[in-house]
Design a protein around this ligand. Structure first.
Ligand SMILES: Cc1cc2nc3c(=O)[nH]c(=O)nc-3n(C[C@H](O)[C@H](O)[C@H](O)COP(=O)(O)OP(=O)(O)OC[C@H]3O[C@@H](n4cnc5c(N)ncnc54)[C@H](O)[C@@H]3O)c2cc1C
Length: 480
């Protein structure tokens, strides 16, 4: 068996792993990164930006969110289930992290809200193309990879780690494999950052309340199969809260598909019983909305609009926009509508309410009543949820359109229990010496829900917890 040796062994070269590797190397440690895929970045290559609080960019734009305010918001949102020290350290570090990335050459387009009512904490990365959008963070990953290599970090691609080596109670290395066979990598500290279990339907079924493909249609970034979580448990790490980073999409359309545009608006939303179940204004908050959808029969909901609503948006633009939808327009919607109108399991079109109900499976009598009272609300007020009258667009036909929405997720959350220094804890709350975890594998701070009111939170947690893990590992090495 081949052997490698370094001060710090980082399991995976995603956002958290690279942040940990660079940080440890900057402090003088020799570092090896073992990465399963044929490239670095994992899920982070899909992302747009990360959380920062009290950054120079925010101050220059008079965005006055404070670290104290963000911390309070975070803890209130999670009802103090999150580890307050970890949340504090993450948020208080975030501005420095943005600067740290800028020093590596990462440019940011803007700090943004995700939706009205959220905070402008989402620092969107300016990609090489100059057009910020989905996958902008791939540019950040490229620069982080270059920075790591410049510091002498050795990155081994296509080298999945299989297990952790523990000796005399302390973690001292890992066993990995590549095309030439097994490798033992020994180091004073091991940092796990394998990105969670978003690509592992068995894990999802066992550890969350969802079943992939049945009532969950989440992103599955290849290779994120919970390896690091499993390995950490095998050496005694305690299980921590495990959940999905829930949002909602039309199933199997890829998320934020153009077909969703007019449906992802505060229009009529009903369940299979044909009844409204939320004030559709909250549709702008994907977490609140998915929580409401999850409570409905079969965990589905249907957004219903008619021709006049489509025409309204074509003429006036959408009622609610966020950073993602602001770069899309209704012409792409028309194209997708044409492509999907003759057969789709998420888009339904009817010449009458009865036909729409039959195609979707929605209770026809209730749907007729709901649409009638919804249209009446347009002339008076929404007695049920008191929706803002400006969003009450009547549904009168002649053509009726429905889009099915169901729970989705960007990935998973949590698995390995850590403290605020990212040290891994066992079931009794004792440290497992030499073992650290960061990023999605250890993201239990978003409990019970992803804290979308402070956007950029999951990539933000990944990079910041990665940095904390790098610092803690070096500190530990110095002590031993
Ligand atoms: C479409 C999409 C958009 C997103 N946009 C945003 C956004 O704008 N803002 C935000 O905050 N978050 C966003 N996220 C979430 C964000 O990308 C993740 O939170 C972040 O990448 C997590 O970082 P990580 O290091 O924990 O995992 P990753 O970045 O996914 O890295 C994990 C790495 O582990 C490797 N790996 C797995 N198993 C092994 C093994 N056994 N051995 C070695 N390596 C292994 C993988 O190959 C991968 O490279 C988005 C996610 C998706 C899917």
């Amino acid at each position: 068996m081949r052997q490698l040796k370094a001060d710090v062994i980082v399991v995976a070269g995603g956002a958290a792993g690279l942040a940990a590797a660079i940080t440890a190397a900057e402090q003088g440690a020799s570092v090896i990164v073992l990465e399963k895929a044929n490239t670095t970045g994992g899920c982070a290559n899909m992302a747009m930006g990360l959380l920062g609080v009290e950054t120079k960019m925010q101050r220059n734009r008079l965005i006055d969110i404070t670290r104290e305010g963000a911390f309070t918001k975070f803890m209130d949102y999670t009802h103090w289930r999150a580890d307050a020290r970890l949340v504090r350290d993450y948020i208080y570090k975030s501005a420095d992290t943005i600067e740290w990335l800028e020093n590596m050459g990462v440019e940011f387009a803007l700090p943004s809200k995700y939706f009205p009512g959220s905070e402008a904490t989402w620092h969107i990365i300016m990609p090489k193309t100059g057009n910020p959008g989905l996958r902008a963070a791939a540019t950040m990953i490229k620069l982080m990879t270059e920075r790591a290599e410049e510091l002498g970090v050795k990155i081994y691609l296509e080298t999945p780690v299989k297990r952790i080596i523990k000796k005399d109670g302390a973690v001292v290395g890992v066993v990995a494999g590549d095309k030439d066979g097994e490798i033992e990598a020994f180091g004073g500290a091991v940092i796990i950052a394998t990105g969670g279990f978003g690509d592992n339907p068995d894990f999802i079924k066992e550890y969350t309340e969802y079943e992939w493909g049945k009532d969950l249609f989440s992103y599955r970034i290849p290779g994120l199969t919970g390896d690091g979580i499993q390995m950490a448990w095998e050496v005694g790490a305690a299980k921590d809260t495990m959940a999905m980073e829930l949002v909602f999409f039309a199933p199997n359309t890829g998320g934020y598909a153009p077909i969703e545009l007019p449906f992802r608006q505060p229009n009529l939303l009903v369940n299979l019983e044909g009844e409204r179940f939320m004030n559709e204004q909250i549709i702008e908050n994907p977490v609140f909305s998915v929580n409401a959808i999850t409570r409905q029969k079969n965990r589905v909901a249907f957004s219903i609009i008619d021709e006049s609503i489509i025409k309204y948006y074509e003429k006036n633009g959408l009622d609610l926009i966020n950073v993602v939808t602001s770069t899309m327009d209704m012409s792409y919607f028309k194209q997708e509508l044409e492509a999907m109108k003759n057969g789709s399991d998420v888009l339904f079109i009817g010449d009458s309410i009865e036909e729409l109900a039959e195609k979707t499976g929605i209770n026809v009598e209730n749907l007729k009543k709901t649409i009638a009272s919804y249209n009446m609300a347009y002339d008076s007020r929404d007695e049920l949820f008191n929706k803002d009258p400006k969003f009450l667009k009547p549904i009168k036909g002649p053509k009726y359109y429905a889009l099915k929405f169901a729970p989705s997720a960007y990935g998973s959350l949590g698995g390995i229990k850590i403290n605020h220094k990212t040290e891994v804890l066992d079931a009794e709350g004792n440290l497992i010496p030499g073992l650290y975890a960061a990023g999605t594998d250890a993201n239990s701070v978003c409990d019970p829900d992803y804290v979308f009111v402070l956007p950029g939170n999951s990539l933000g947690f990944a990079v910041n917890s990665g940095r904390i893990a790098g610092e803690s590992a070096v500190h530990y090495l110095r002590e031993i």
